[in-house]
Design a protein around this ligand. Structure first.
Ligand SMILES: O=P(O)(O)OC[C@H]1O[C@H](O[C@H]2O[C@H](CO)[C@@H](O)[C@H](O)[C@H]2O)[C@H](O)[C@@H](O)[C@@H]1O
Length: 389
């Protein structure tokens, strides 16, 4: 298989909101409506224009997208609703007007639970920025103990899964709870309950055992990409090692190139180096995360597909009495929000302290509000069950 050809890496943003918002050069966007074809059921081949590489990076809006990928944290001191405020009244104003479109899941809790009456909630959560605060060093993104207790408790009442860009093993190490299901590598590495119909529908799905020796379904739709990902990982490590603060993270079926700790004047250098490597790999794409460039296979699989796969595995897909809820903060979570919004299947909850367009229905400001929401779900379910006795 010819893995290398002279090509402009596909720069895609999984938030299908307004791609022009990122100023990304059209030649770098997947022309998913014209000319793209799905082969092998999973793979997407996208015709690309040949353009200069530096021009691509500078003109393609990579830098703008890298800057907009994660707005600087707001210094919160006090506000009327949450006992906090920002240092910038205008920012607060825009945040509260944003809340009109994406209401807080805390202030809308009764609305959510009224809709959930008679339904089985299935809970899906992103990890970084949702269950753990965003920190400078990705290796130190530990989950607070009180958050772990809240997640453990909520998993007693609802089937709960973590769907992360981290490798599955890594996010399991961070979370440390055996009661949950895990999907790592942005949904490309899933451990779920055994269900024959799911194995029949997904040839890559095999029987395996989890950490406790329990029989599970293991699904890795990008398995064939592993040698390519490992090759690109080494190239990216090599070509960024001279950039102070840059960090390349191995997440098994995808690679993260972090620039949070790189001086802003060198961000375009990071983008150029990633571009120079990826132009040799037409079956890989780059998406923007929070001060990170996410390198992933070009396959028809994402966090939204992972939610559907897990619902199928749990026997909860296409059921009127099921309410899936997905909580996430990142662009790759938009794929999950979109699945739940389409067909009015469930609720996406965006975790953000700054206004941004999203396919989510509700919002929460930060991980501390996520924890409050989880605790409220537990209290609600517990009192509902007590009322049945
Ligand atoms: O899907 P997620 O679980 O949200 O993972 C997305 C990425 O999260 C991590 O990076 C982000 O969090 C780091 C720790 O707070 C932060 O240093 C970094 O700047 C953020 O982008 C993780 O390191 C990535 O591999 C994930 O893809």
């Amino acid at each position: 298989m010819d893995l290398k050809s002279n090509h402009t890496p596909v720069l895609t943003d999984s938030a299908p909101v307004t791609k022009s918002r990122l100023g990304v050069h059209s030649s770098l966007l997947p022309c998913s409506h014209t000319g793209a074809t799905f082969t092998h059921g999973m793979l997407l081949t996208i015709p690309r224009k040949k353009t200069g590489f530096l021009e691509d990076v500078l003109s393609s809006g990579w830098l703008d997208a890298m800057k907009s990928s994660s707005p600087p944290p707001r210094k919160i001191t006090k506000d009327v609703c949450h006992g906090l405020a920002s240092s910038d009244a205008d920012t607060d104003c825009s945040y509260f007007s944003w809340l009109l479109k994406y209401p807080s899941a805390l202030t809308s809790f009764d609305q959510i639970t009224n809709y959930a009456k008679g339904k089985r909630i299935a809970l899906f959560m992103d990890y970084d920025g949702t269950l753990s605060p965003i920190v400078d060093n990705p290796d130190c993104a530990f989950m607070p103990d009180n958050m772990r207790a809240a997640v453990k408790k909520v998993a007693e009442y609802f089937p709960t899964a973590i769907i992360s860009g981290r490798s599955r093993d890594k996010v399991y190490q961070f979370v440390g709870l055996t009661e949950l299901y895990y999907a790592g590598s942005h949904g490309m590495d899933i451990i779920g309950p055994v269900r024959q119909s799911v194995s029949d529908n997904h040839p890559n799905c095999i029987r395996s055992t989890d950490k406790l020796g329990k029989e599970v379904n293991l699904f890795q739709p990008a398995a064939e990409f592993l040698p390519m990902i490992n090759e690109v990982l080494k190239s990216l490590q090599e070509c960024t090692k001279d950039i102070k603060g840059a960090k390349v993270e191995n997440n098994k079926f995808c690679v993260s190139v972090h620039y949070r700790n790189v001086e802003e004047k060198s961000w375009d250098l990071v983008g150029q180096r990633v571009h120079d490597v990826l132009k040799e790999y037409p079956r890989l794409r780059v998406t923007h995360g929070r001060k990170v460039l996410e390198v992933r296979p070009v396959i028809n699989w994402d966090k939204g597909k992972a939610v559907t796969f897990l619902l199928e595995s749990l026997g909860l897909n296409n059921c009127d009495d099921v309410l899936p809820i997905y909580i996430g903060d990142d662009r790759t979570d938009e794929d999950a929000f979109k699945v739940l919004r389409e067909g009015n299947k469930g609720y996406g909850i965006l975790v953000s302290s700054a206004p941004k367009e999203s396919n989510a229905v509700y919002s929460l400001r930060d991980p501390s509000e996520v924890m409050e929401f989880l605790k409220s779900l537990v209290s609600w379910k517990s009192s509902t069950l007590k009322s049945l006795i």
